[in-house]
Every structure is written in C-alpha cells, then in structure tokens.
Ligand binder design. Structure first.
Ligand code: PLP
Length: 485
C-alpha cells in the first residue's frame, strides 16, 4: 500500500484521503449504534477456534494496509465476539451494560487525545468536577481528594499505599495487619502483596448468617494482633459484597477503627450506588461517609463504558504526599501549558492518563445521580423477582433472600452428590451462555456450588428475568434427560 504523506511528501500517519476516511468512520458509527439499538440480538457467542488460531499465528505487520480492509476484518473477526454484557439478560459477575452516550464520549476523547496526568487544559477540571460531585453525593468533607482509575482494584491498591505510609510514618516497626470479611474481593489480597505488606497479613473475619462481617470477631482479631505486637493498619468494610450483595455495618466498623486508630477503607465497587436508590436499598450505604478511603466503579452500576473506577480520600493532603514526586522535567509553571493547579499524576502512579473523566461526566450530566439510583432500585427489585420465581420452580433452591441485586440459587436433582451438583450447576450456566439465553456465573455460597445473577443491567426488563428463569428450567430438564451426572 502507498504510505500516507503530507503535502511535502513527508511521511505522516494521517489518511491521504480524508473524504474516504470520513465515509468509513460514519459507516462504523452507524454499525456501532445498530449494535446498541439492537442489543438483545447480540448475546455473547464463543470465539471460533479457527479464529483464535488465526490470531495466535498472525505475524507482525511490517507494512500498512488500507483502513477499509482492516474494518472488514473487524466486522467479521472482532465485533461479533464481545463479552456480551451489552445484552439485557447478562447477569454474570458484575458487568456494566454500557451506555450509548459513552460511544459519543469515546469519539470526542479520541479526537482530543488529552494526556490527563497534568498541565493546564480542560480535562483535569472535568475530572475534578466529577470527583467533587461524588464527594458531595457520598458526603465526604471538603478537603477530600479523588482520582479516576481503571477500577476498584486499582483504587484499592492506591488507598493501601496511603494507609501504609501513614501508619509507617509513626516510626513503628511492627508487622502490619489488615482485616476484611470472609467474602471480601480478591483485589484486597492482591493489593496487600503489591504494597509489600503481604496477603498473609490479611485476617479474614467470620461472617454472620446474613454474610456481613461479625463485628465482635473483628474486634477480637484486632485485640489479639495488638497484644501479639502487630500493628493493625487497614480494615476493609464491604458495601455490596461480590458474592451475596451483603453490606457490612459501616458505622460499627468505623467506630472500631476510630477507637484503635486504624484506616477504614470501604469497598463500594457497585454497592456505593445504593446511596442514590430508594428505600430500603439505600440503607446499605449508611455510614459510607465515614471511610478514610472509598473505592467504587463507574463501569458497573452507572454503566459507563469500560473502564473507569474512582478513589475518594478523606484526607487529600495525605493522598497527595503519598504520590507527589516532581523531577525537573515535570516542573509546573505559574502560567502556560505547564500551569494548572491540579496535576492528577500527584495522586497515583500513572503519569500518562487518558480522558476517562469525559464519559463519566457525560453520563452523570445525561442521566443524573437520580437516574442511576432508579436503575439500582429497579435491579434490586428484579433480584427479588428472580428469587420469587426461583422459589416457585421445582428443582431449584434459593440460597438466600436477596438484600440487594444479587440472587443465588442451586439447581438440584434427587440423589445428587455435592460434586455432581457442582458440575450440574456449571453445566447449566454454560448451556445458557452458549444458547444465548442469559449469562449467569457460578460461585460457592455456604459451601454449595450455586448459580449467581448480579444484576447491574439498565437494559434488563422484568420480561428478561422471566425468560431467563424459563431458560433455566428448560436447560435443567434437558440436562437431566440427556445424561448421567
Ligand atoms: C468488581 C469488584 C471489585 C473489583 O473492581 P474492578 O473494577 O473490577 O477492579 C472489587 N470489589 C467488589 C465488591 C467488586 O464487585
């Protein structure tokens, strides 16, 4: 292919033919809108093994090829094989369903190509506005800081750095210990390893019957560790547990943390958005404002396109101290492009950063916090609906009454062993994924393998819930009739 050149014949990466480029881009935009408008026709589908092989074999392109050819390849080989979380009956893990307005934000973001680590341009002001809105909604104090990151995992790790530095600043040389309930997300132990404390230092506190952290057990563990010479430094309270949706008693945990001078981190990945929902779901968020740090995602319940999470920090100065390092090539100026008071590189590891804030800002403007709250309430009602339908089904046993948006249940058959049920439930999940009816994931609740729906899907209707339960019934019956387990 002829390489693109500018008017002087020098190489460039811009298209030679802008009119052609424009036509192609418009076509792709239409294709993308079609996909979202008809989201129900695009469930997950497996990537053909022939296609996987082709991707593993292709050699590096040393020369370029026409854009139109690449687009054709995207249409056949890439676009059809998404995670499927834009589908209205996608309930697996905790995946946001995406927003059409994020499609527009992605275009603008690409056109601006801002680097949001620092300097004086509009992006940091947009990001700060998003953070300020969240600070207000979640009732953090004025001096609080924040940062948009890839997700709750990254936010958790950064929070831990600040907590560790604060604790070590006291000059203590005792081993640090951290605390979280049995059901805590794996991001906590991974972060402990990254910040050099080690996941072995995590005390997994037993839970009550409702899967919330047992406060007496937490206190006992803290006191034990103190008397053994350790320094408790980090308690994770969960607001919306990944397995069950359970929310810890944030106020009780905050009191305990205050009494022992321990950092309180709240994992509110999806659950924090109950703060915007109706009663009774908003009760889960009572006490969220007491956190030293709060991690949550925009890409889950608010459905902002992947990826974007947020870290809010009560003490903005402490946050900044943990990450500011400005060598000569990053010096700021009083004015000019090197100006700007707020450089987000001072609040985390990333120096070069994209304009994640735009899609979030746009989503919040378009739908409002109330709009997100309505989806939270709807999805929590739908979890109740699913639970009620499951309770009426023969051959399914509900694991617990949903408190938020997560509904877990086990498909059973007579005479089955635990191992057989483990495999049976996995097979049901897989069969429903493969036939495009609905996506459930699996987990273990109270030692039993179960199917799990985590509903954070604004596209989901009550009809989708009913159809999914019918699909479960059909697949269970079919598997029982078709063979041994
Ligand atoms: C999803 C989730 C996480 C991890 O968040 P990412 O955005 O995937 O990094 C942590 N905690 C809970 C409760 C979650 O649901």
């Amino acid at each position: 292919m002829k390489k693109p050149t500018n008017e002087l014949g020098e190489p460039t990466l811009d298209p030679d033919d802008w009119a052609q480029f424009r036509a192609t881009a418009h076509e792709v935009l239409d294709m993308s809108i079609d996909r979202l408008e008809n989201a129900q026709d695009h469930p997950w589908q497996p990537v053909p093994s022939e296609l996987k092989q082709r991707f593993s074999k292709k050699s590096a392109p040393s020369s370029g090829s026409p854009l139109s050819k690449t687009i054709e390849e995207i249409k056949t080989d890439i676009f059809p094989y998404a995670t499927g979380n834009t589908h209205p009956a996608f309930f697996g893990w905790v995946h946001g369903a995406g927003l059409p307005d994020s499609l527009i934000a992605a275009m603008i973001e690409a056109a601006m190509n801002s680097n949001c680590g620092g300097r004086d341009h509009i992006a940091p002001y947009v990001e700060q506005q998003v953070i300020t809105w969240c600070r207000e909604i979640f009732e953090f104090p004025k001096g609080a800081s924040g940062l948009l990151v890839s997700g709750t995992s990254m936010a958790t790790m950064l929070a831990m750095v600040v907590a560790r530095d604060k604790t070590n600043a006291g000059g203590l040389n005792a081993p640090l210990t951290a605390y979280a309930s049995m059901g805590v997300h794996s991001a906590i132990s991974k972060s402990l390893n990254i910040v050099g404390v080690g996941s072995k230092q995590l005390q997994r506190i037993k839970v009550n019957n409702d899967h919330t952290m047992n406060i007496e057990a937490l206190e006992a563990a803290i006191l034990d560790d103190i008397s053994a010479g350790a320094k408790p430094f980090f308690v994770v309270a969960t607001l919306g547990g990944v397995n069950t949706g359970a929310s810890d008693d944030l106020r009780a945990i905050a009191r305990l943390c205050a009494a022992h001078n321990i950092w309180l981190h709240i994992d509110g990945a999806f659950g924090v958005w109950t703060k915007c929902a109706d009663d009774p779901w908003r009760d889960a968020a009572i006490g969220v404002e007491l956190a030293d740090s709060l991690a949550f995602d925009f890409h889950k319940w608010p459905s902002v396109n992947y990826d974007c999470g947020c870290l809010l920090m009560r003490d903005g100065d402490q946050h900044r101290r943990a990450f500011t390092e400005r060598p000569e090539y990053l010096r700021s100026a009083s004015h000019g492009l090197a100006g700007g008071e707020l450089w987000f590189c001072d609040y985390g590891l990333e120096l070069s950063r994209g304009f994640r804030a735009l899609k979030v800002w746009m989503a919040l403007k378009t739908h409002g916090f109330d709009g997100i709250g309505e989806i939270v309430s709807k999805n929590c009602r739908q979890a109740r609906l699913m639970a009620a339908l499951i309770e009426q089904e023969d051959g399914f046993e509900l694991s617990f009454k949903p408190t938020l948006n997560i509904c877990c249940f086990q498909a059973v058959f007579s005479g089955a062993t635990n191992r057989e049920l483990d495999q049976f439930n996995q097979e049901i999940a897989t069969a429903l994924q493969l036939n495009g009816t609905a996506v459930f994931s699996t987990t273990t609740i109270d030692g039993r393998s179960v199917l799990r729906a985590a509903i954070v899907n604004h596209r989901c209707s009550n009809e989708d819930i009913e159809q999914a339960v019918k699909g479960l019934r059909r697949v269970r019956q079919h598997l029982i009739e078709s063979g041994p387990h």
